[in-house]
Write a protein that binds this ligand. Structure first.
Ligand code: ATP
Length: 461
């Protein structure tokens, strides 16, 4: 299959970006200083959404499995690690500059977007194809430099350490260097996996498509250790399906997911198989997650560079060996973008109005319920609504809102994706019940106050 990023719904993307800023999901970072490097901050609702996605992942892949454990390693790791892993020599992207307008592009992306072909890793061919066939998308000229490689790791310095130290470009490295500590300290038996969530840093040539490609991002990565003698293909397929299942849990539709298998010539020398799971973002299909069989490359490299024995002892057979590894990897920010893209919808209502609604799956919705007194100036309604809010807020992420008319409050909660709105009205005072309005169907039902919390908890499961 040809990997092509097609621009198909720029307008939807612009609406999502605008909504994210207007409603406090995601802001351009350092805006008061004119912005900085296409970086973004997660605002109050964005951080809730992101945390819910991370919690869902941790639960699915760590907490609910007996064969998985977690880890939280440092961002600044021993520089030797990056020598051993090959990042110092090989973590490069190809860039090319327009001599006319000075715009810089990532060469393989430029080619795949304009021509729909994948030349990643073939520097000379990339230069030739761009120089001959592609005009600068910015100024329309064909005045290119040669394509050249650029190492994507950020360098820094550390007191007491000679030479540069690097911000990790992926979280996986920390897992491999702590492999021995985990097997020595926990009762794990192969097959088992170590999962980690954390920041990674890449000096991307061009940061773009909102939070899809940024220079400081978060990953959720797993190294799943298996015996070299295991029939790995069924396990590989299982992981692939679990990764897709996770995307569906974030709200993706099955038809918006596809698999892109790396061809033999593009595959790293140590990998038996690598598949990207792509999602149909508003700007087209692009990598969401990856899954790679990495053999014993990482552990054998670290064994060689550290001089330490990193073999696993199989207690039943008495055999020692270096495990092979399957690596399912997930980008947190790309999950957030998926969740926003899948949830965003515009609807025409019966009364002629329009509504924008984020139809998040309930588990990841930033706010689960909003509590309203029907009228702000009727203290008996306000007191009752506050009472209900106080009773719910410890267990359910809630908001209290008495601002504007009920219609406006519904629209506000729709736009941030709150699944349930609870209104206290005059009947409440008589009947001890409230109106609960469902975000997606907009249907309302009366629920008795003593049953409300359990009713909600049940719905939010
Ligand atoms: P791409 O081809 O898009 O550059 P990659 O193949 O280099 O991605 P991996 O090294 O496999 O990505 O990283 C694992 C995951 O981390 C990706 O599947 C993606 O979800 C996420 N990721 C990688 N680079 C970025 C980035 N610059 N911004 C946001 N997320 C990223």
């Amino acid at each position: 299959m040809v990997k092509k990023v097609i621009s198909n719904n720029q307008e939807k993307m612009e609406k999502i970006v605008a909504l994210c800023k207007r409603k406090g999901f995601i802001f351009p970072a350092c805006e008061i200083y004119g912005g900085f490097a296409n970086a973004y901050s997660y605002g109050p609702y964005g951080v809730e959404l992101k945390n819910n996605i991370k919690k869902l992942w941790w639960h699915k892949f760590i907490d609910s499995r007996e064969d998985m454990v977690g880890l939280d390693g440092p961002i600044l790791l021993h520089p030797k690690l990056w020598e051993a892993s090959g990042h110092l020599d090989g973590f490069n992207d190809a860039m090319i500059d327009c001599k006319e307008c000075k715009m810089r592009y990532r060469a393989d992306n430029l080619i795949s977007e304009v021509l729909g072909i994948d030349l990643e890793g073939k520097l000379a061919e990339m230069t030739k194809v761009i120089q001959e066939q592609i005009k600068c998308p910015n100024c329309g000229k064909k005045k290119w430099t040669e394509a050249r490689y650029f190492n994507m790791m950020f360098k820094t310095e550390m007191n007491g350490i000679e030479g540069p130290v690097y911000l990790r470009p992926e979280t996986a490295g920390a897992i491999f260097v702590d492999f021995k500590n985990v097997i020595d300290s926990c009762r794990v038996r192969i097959p088992f996996g170590i999962g980690q969530i954390g920041k990674a840093f890449r000096n991307e040539i061009v940061a773009r498509n909102f939070i899809f490609r940024i220079r400081e991002f978060e990953q959720m990565e797993i190294e799943y250790f298996i015996s070299p003698e295991t029939n790995w293909e069924p396990l590989f397929n299982e992981w692939l399906e679990l990764q897709e299942e996770f995307a569906l849990e974030l709200g993706a539709r099955r038809e918006d997911l596809r698999r892109y298998e790396h061809s033999k010539e593009k595959l790293s020398h140590y990998s038996r198989k690598t598949i990207d799971i792509e999602y149909n973002f508003p700007f087209g299909f692009a990598e969401l997650f990856g899954l790679a069989h990495r053999g014993d490359f990482d552990l054998s490299q670290h064994q060689k560079f550290s001089g330490q024995d990193l073999q696993y002892l199989d207690h039943t057979t008495g055999k020692k060996y270096l495990p092979h590894v399957l690596e399912p990897t997930f980008g947190v920010d790309r999950c957030v973008l998926l969740a926003l893209s899948a949830a965003y919808s515009e609807e025409d209502l019966a009364d002629g109005e329009k509504r924008v609604v984020l139809k998040f799956p309930v588990k990841i919705a930033p706010i689960k319920a909003a509590v309203f007194p029907l009228l702000k100036n009727k203290s008996e309604l306000v007191v009752k609504a506050k009472e209900i809010f106080d009773d719910l807020k410890d267990e359910i992420k809630c908001e209290f809102d008495d601002n504007g008319n009920i219609g406006k409050r519904y629209r506000r909660q729709d736009e941030i994706g709150t699944p349930y709105c609870i209104t206290v009205d005059f009947d409440t005072l008589q009947n001890n019940d409230v109106t609960v309005r469902d975000r997606d169907t907009m249907r309302q039902e009366r629920i008795k106050i003593p049953e409300l919390k359990h009713w909600l908890i049940d719905k939010l499961k």
